[in-house]
Design a protein around this ligand. Structure first.
Ligand code: BES
Ligand code: ZN
Length: 634
């Protein structure tokens, strides 16, 4: 090996010595957003006005975006915006009297992940104006990574098409040309034209009483980062949940949604109690079709929600608590770059647990924490060490792949650790102060650390110092003194799994009817590794796991079915993979199939049949993981 490495080292050294033109790569800057082309140090967008027609026939948004920009650099005359697969037909500077000055524009070089920079040369007076207005006429492409255009057969009602956006992390640029980075905040307004029988909603001031008619006007007066811009259009209707809360859904799902999410108003009230004022006006939910790729998305004033939460027993509503909690951690105080995502997701996971505790009690929170902790421990076995830090180095790759239990569960553990060290009262004071101090701002991990150090660690005095927190932020794994979640009800379920596996009790003696769905999941997770696949038949016959309507129990069960190659349940496994499109539910089942040593081909076949109904981001993720499994088996 040495003989190969040496010449390469020499060659590089040779060039470095001989040429002063060889550019040193810029040192990694943790405060820099590596996932935008926009020249945000030169210009800052303050406001966006959209005028868009939603064309279901061509699967395009057609219209214009009008950006009000603030100049930060006196000498720069070129504005660079992010786009992906946008068709731009014209660009103008709009003067105060509405006169249009043509703007020369061209696209720069495309990047597979970041999209294509749009370069706009400012004309005449706009070259020196401190603030100016830029209008871009454009259409999206049917393949826009942010938009899913569902034909009627993929909706609950089956009669009308439906379209929705998912902008996080860097997909806003595929439906609006903009500075697509969380470090820039904008207010927006929008005129949206749709087929007259459909309703449009946005992450803005939706009025529950809006009559249908095909033209809708929205305003989002609070400044938000681009990843929170959101739109959906379909045969959706509103039902109130409480005074300031409600739910939008197709009529077929409306009653079930009202039942499932009945506690939303109380969640909102409790959240204000603990975290401080809710700054956004109303809080509504939008229940989407099954292909919605996430459990929920915290679009301000209107969280987008997967229908897989409709279990009929309110057992999966921690996702709603989570999305609501983002109204503080994420939407009010926003991660500056995607590398700081744990500040959004970890803080929110902790707030979610606090809300779940006041409303449903400590036992339920303990159960959910144990389940998440188990997923975290499994991930620590596979996630590369340098990606196990809460705030790792992140400058390449797809930010969509930079998601997972680290931000959520490890982040929640850090906050629990702080709560334990300083006491709940002091920690709550700190949280309220933090949200107040940074409201409507962005923050990175280093600034958070400084603020925490000053206002909690030093102010309150304890054995926890900056060095401990740095370990959480910058080191792999979890520190030795991290809290380990415990749940007596889940321990009992795990003991039952062992007792049954060892033949001490029969299926009929498993007290599943008295368990929470969380305990049932833990029971399934706790089946011993060496348990033969045919013994799953006894469980399935007695407890009906393959036919469960609880999406999380199904996920847990079908992972086991695939890992253990319990083939009698494969037909129902395939149905499961067709019933849901939420990545969290189906992705690990595909991976378990692909990696069980036998079923990679089957995984591909099932995927090929199911994928046309999946969302583009889910599709990409599964395709990538099946390809990876393929190259491992070569
Ligand atoms: N903001 C996330 C979803 C997200 C993260 C979208 C990163 C794109 C990139 C949302 O708040 C979320 O965390 N959803 C979770 C719910 C949950 C309770 C952990 C999900 O979808 O599973
Ligand atoms: Zn979240």
């Amino acid at each position: 090996m040495r003989t190969i490495v040496l010449p390469i080292v020499l060659t590089a050294a040779f060039f470095a010595a001989c040429s002063d033109k060889v550019a040193e790569p810029d040192p990694y800057d943790p405060a820099h957003d590596y996932f935008t082309f926009a020249n945000v140090d030169q210009f800052a967008t303050e406001k966006i006005a959209l005028d868009l027609t939603v064309d279901f026939d061509s699967e395009q948004l057609i219209g214009s975006a009008t950006l009000t920009l603030q100049r930060l650099d006196a000498s720069e005359t070129q504005v660079i915006l992010d786009t992906r697969d946008l068709n731009v037909s014209a660009a103008h500077v709009v003067l105060a009297d509405e006169t249009l000055l043509p703007v020369e524009f061209r696209f720069g070089e495309s990047d597979a992940i970041k999209g294509t920079p749009l370069l706009l040369e400012l004309p005449g007076t706009a070259q020196s104006a401190t603030s100016f207005v830029l209008r871009i006429e454009y259409t999206t492409s049917p393949g826009s990574t942010a938009l899913q255009w569902l034909p009627p057969n993929l909706t609950a009602g089956g009669k009308h098409p439906l379209m929705f956006s998912q902008s996080q992390a860097i997909h806003a640029r595929s439906w609006v040309p903009l500075q697509d980075t969380p470090s820039v905040r904008v207010t927006y307004e929008a005129t949206i034209r749709t087929p007259p029988e459909l309703l449009a909603v946005m992450s803005a001031n939706n009025d529950p009483l809006t009559p249908r008619g095909g033209e809708y006007y929205f305003e989002m007066p609070q400044p938000i980062p681009s990843y929170l811009m959101a739109i959906a259009v379909g045969n959706i209707f509103f039902a109130p949940l409480g005074e300031d809360t409600g739910v939008y859904a197709e009529p077929e799902l409306l009653d079930a949604s009202v039942f499932e999410f009945a506690d939303t108003q109380e969640m909102l009230e409790q959240a204000e109690e603990i975290f401080g004022p809710y700054e956004w006006g109303r809080y509504d939910l939008l229940v989407l079709p099954p292909s919605f790729p996430y459990g929920g998305m915290e679009n301000p004033r209107l969280s987008f929600i997967t229908p897989s939460l409709l279990a009929g027993d309110r057992s999966l509503v921690s996702v709603v608590a989570h999305e609501l909690a983002h109204s503080w951690s994420g939407n009010l105080v926003t991660n500056a770059t995607w590398r700081d995502q744990w500040l959004n997701e970890g803080t929110t996971s902790y707030l979610e647990a606090r809300l779940m505790e006041v409303i449903y009690g400590k036992d339920r929170v303990d159960e959910e924490r144990v389940l998440s902790y188990r997923e975290l421990m499994l991930d620590l076995e596979t996630v590369p060490l340098d990606m196990q830090a809460l705030a790792p180095r992140l400058e390449t790759g797809d930010p969509d792949d930079f998601q997972g239990t680290m931000h959520y569960s490890k982040g929640d553990l850090l906050f629990t650790y702080l709560e334990n060290a300083f006491g709940r009262a002091a920690f709550d004071r700190f949280l309220k102060m933090y949200f107040d101090e940074f409201s409507f701002e962005t923050i990175n991990s280093e600034r958070f650390l400084d603020y925490l150090d000053q206002h909690l660690l030093q102010a309150e005095g304890s054995t926890v110092g900056r060095a401990q927190i740095e370990q959480w932020l910058y080191q792999a794994g979890v520190p030795d003194d991290a809290p380990v979640p415990q749940s007596s009800t889940l321990n009992a379920a795990a003991a039952m799994a062992k007792a049954w596996a060892e033949g001490e009790i029969g299926v009929a003696e498993i007290p599943i009817a008295s368990w929470s769905p969380q305990a049932t999941r833990h029971f399934v997770n706790s089946l011993p590794k060496e348990l033969a696949s045919d013994r799953l038949a006894e469980l399935d016959e007695g407890l009906g796991f393959s036919g469960t309507r609880n999406a999380e129990i199904g996920r847990t069960w079908f992972i086991q079915v695939a890992e253990r190659r319990y083939t009698p349940a494969y037909e129902q496994l395939e149905q499961f993979l067709n019933r849901y499109g939420r990545g969290r539910l189906i992705y690990p089942v595909y991976v378990a199939l692909a990696q069980n040593g036998n079923d990679l081909e089957l995984a591909r076949e099932i995927f090929d049949k199911a994928r046309s109904a999946y969302h583009p981001v889910t599709d990409v993720r599964i395709a990538r993981s099946l390809d990876a499994a393929n190259s491992q088996s070569d």
